[in-house]
Design a protein around this ligand. Structure first.
Ligand code: SF4
Length: 425
């Protein structure tokens, strides 16, 4: 490819905002510009170059031979296999991976982080009051940021969805919204808020309880001085037309209370008694939310599903990587980017055979029996990805890819089926 062109309305998976309004400038087959400017998005797109290797035991091989070897290994390991859904693949590829797990009686798990998993479990216990980012943009007149400033990890969250844009019910944009910034120890809320509240980490759950009691209209006894400002802050939420609570659902540098999300869900539900309110959970990109959606509509569960009994079983207390570390699998099929997994595989107790199919599989820092490089969803591959609010969006790749993840997995599924049929016949 030569010359310069701009591909409009590209969907970025650099973070869970999944902005679908990005213009990508391509010159000589490389990405040279991304508009609007976003540092996280620019780093995620890079220049678009990726390896295109197919390796069997570390040596170059034809794709057909790699599929045959991968199928042989996976069928041999049926019942003792982990299928891991890594980031940067489409929902179509995730669906094919789940079909493979089903056929092979494998366990299947995803890159859902531990804090995000804890949030999913809390939502399963309590229900949740969520909203799409569009609803937040159009309706939120009071926003409370609970120990998070989205600017660093989710650079366009405030400008595109939550704070600055004019909405149908908030036509004045930022001027029509009240912002409450709550800092929990070193988890700082955004600067420039209308109300700022400091809460010590050990008081976090008490502060959430006081807010909830205030929203429910309970009479409060005397509070310690350090929680004195909490009821007034809660009253700002109760007088909103539409309040939105924003929190970080992913790992952060400082450990936080595992009950934070449940406390925020409970507060949001209490607020819905007196006004309308929603909880916005900030999630990482790479279509991680897609893995949860695909698993949910394929099996009924959002993560950590085990097909070893011949039907899907939910085992959230025993995540796939934890079992892998403990030597619980003979083999692992990694679908998607494997970079984050290197430490996990090194820490395992027993050797495990690995098949990696995804972007930069040949560069994965682990010894894989089979490695097949495919494109990055959103850069080289189309399909569907899910935003942090679980809204599915189409992918419009600005560059061509040598090999599609979903098609490669489809070919592997055919070969696995044939081998399983041979074995049972
Ligand atoms: S905010 Fe996130 S999704 Fe949007 S352009 Fe930046 S990195 Fe990409």
């Amino acid at each position: 490819m030569s010359g310069s062109s701009v591909v409009e309305r590209v969907t970025c998976l650099g973070c869970g905002c999944t902005c679908d309004d990005v213009a990508v400038e391509v010159r000589d087959g490389r990405i040279v510009g991304v508009t609007p400017p976003c540092p996280v998005g620019r780093a995620w797109f890079g220049d678009g170059s990726i390896p295109e290797h197919v390796l069997v035991s570390g040596s170059a091989a034809p794709i057909e031979a790699a599929i045959t070897e991968a199928a042989r290994l996976l069928v041999e390991s049926a019942g003792e296999l982990l299928v891991y859904l890594g980031p940067d693949v489409s929902a179509q590829a995730q669906r094919a991976a789940v079909a493979l797990a089903d056929r092979l009686r494998a366990a299947v798990d995803s890159a859902t982080s531990e804090p995000a998993a804890a949030g999913l479990l809390a939502a399963q216990r309590r229900g949740r009051a969520a909203a799409t980012l569009g609803e937040i943009r159009n309706r939120a007149d009071v926003l409370m940021f609970w120990g998070v400033d989205p600017t660093q990890r989710y650079p366009r969250y405030l400008s595109r969805y939550a704070l600055e844009p004019a909405g149908t019910h908030v036509p004045a944009g930022r001027a029509g919204r009240r912002v409450i910034s709550v800092s929990i120890g070193t988890d700082r809320g955004p600067t420039g808020a209308d109300v700022a509240l400091e809460v010590a980490p050990e008081d976090e759950l008490a502060a959430l309880s006081v807010m909830r009691a205030t929203a429910l209209g309970h009479r409060l006894g005397e509070l310690p001085e350090r929680l004195g400002a909490v009821p007034d802050t809660a009253l700002q939420l109760t007088t909103a037309r539409y309040a939105v609570l924003v929190h970080e659902a992913e790992l952060s540098a400082v450990p936080r209370s595992p009950h934070r999300t449940e406390g925020l869900i409970a507060l949001t539900q209490a607020l819905n008694g007196v006004t309308r309110a929603a909880l916005s959970s900030l999630r990482a990109g790479g279509n991680r939310s897609g893995a949860e959606s695909v698993l949910t509509w394929q099996t009924g569960f959002p993560m950590s599903v085990d097909f070893s009994g011949g039907f899907p079983r939910y085992s959230p207390g025993s995540r796939g990587l934890e079992r892998l570390r403990g030597g619980g699998f003979a083999a692992v099929l990694i679908v998607g980017s494997a970079a984050e997994l290197a430490g996990e595989l090194e820490a395992r107790r027993a050797p495990v055979h690995a098949v990696v199919i995804g972007p930069r599989a040949s560069e994965a820092p682990l010894t894989a029996r089979v490695a097949i490089d495919t494109g990055v969803a959103g850069i080289h591959e189309g399909g569907t990805a899910y935003r942090m609010d679980e809204v599915p969006l189409p992918l419009r790749p600005p560059l061509p890819g040598a090999r599609s993840t979903a098609e490669t997995l489809g070919a592997l599924l055919l070969e696995v089926r044939a081998r399983l049929a041979e074995r049972s016949g």
